[in-house]
Design a protein around this ligand. Structure first.
Ligand SMILES: CC(C)(COP(=O)(O)OP(=O)(O)OC[C@H]1O[C@@H](n2cnc3c(N)ncnc32)[C@H](O)[C@@H]1OP(=O)(O)O)[C@@H](O)C(=O)NCCC(=O)NCCS
Length: 182
């Protein structure tokens, strides 16, 4: 399963005042608030954590059918920056989701997966062709093909990101790894 979330930083700056009374306490746990207060750019950390929670929620919702607004139950941890991409975890109850976040001056985009190997199988879709929704949740399936793949859509301000999996990602990638010529 996958989830994603994009934040347009210009829109977030204009439309959401994260410094307003009570906001941080409603959305972020104590340890997340510590990450924010210790960050070089607290505002970026706010939207970085927000984006991770939303991306993880999209998987959680698909898996459990639990819908709702429970930001404090989704806790971000283990943030680690590698070559400009920030990896981490989001935990909810006993479930762990792995997150990968791209941050630049324009937007923050997080992809969440259930297994870290799944990051290798993510593709970006250019449009909504062959995407169908069930109970509001998008999937990709071609006419006449019974195989359905999970899709996650996120849009905010100037940006839209639609992601899915390659066909059989694990099979393809294990094949490549065991065949160094490829
Ligand atoms: C449903 C929710 C995840 C949508 O997120 P959003 O940031 O408002 O909007 P996004 O653009 O990122 O995502 C919307 C897309 O997600 C998809 N979507 C809607 N509900 C979904 C769900 N429950 N699960 C997975 N995908 C969903 C849809 O494709 C939708 O786009 P579309 O209607 O144009 O096709 C969000 O409103 C929500 O309810 N979050 C609850 C989790 C929480 O506690 N968040 C607190 C903030 S950290």
């Amino acid at each position: 399963m996958i989830g994603n979330d994009v934040v347009d930083l210009a829109l977030a700056e204009k439309a959401s005042n994260w410094k307003r009374e009570g906001f941080l306490n409603k959305i972020f746990t104590k340890s997340e608030q510590l990450l924010i207060s210790n960050a070089e750019k607290p505002s970026i950390m706010v939207w970085n954590l927000w984006s991770r929670k939303e991306a993880a929620y999209k998987i959680y919702n698909r898996k459990t059918n639990s819908r709702g607004y429970f930001p404090l139950l989704l806790e971000c941890s283990d943030l680690k920056s590698i070559d400009g991409t920030v990896f981490g975890k989001v935990v909810i109850q006993n479930l762990i989701y792995y997150t990968k976040t791209e941050i630049n001056s324009q937007f923050i985009h997080t992809v969440a997966v259930e297994k870290t190997d799944d990051f290798d199988g993510i593709i970006n879709l250019k449009n909504r062709t062959n995407i169908h929704k069930k109970n509001g949740i998008p999937n990709y399936s071609e006419t006449g093909n019974s195989v359905s793949k999970p899709v996650s859509i996120s849009h905010h301000g100037r940006f839209e990101q639609i992601i899915s999996f390659y066909d059989k990602p694990n099979l393809d990638f294990s094949f490549r790894k065991s065949n160094p010529i490829l």
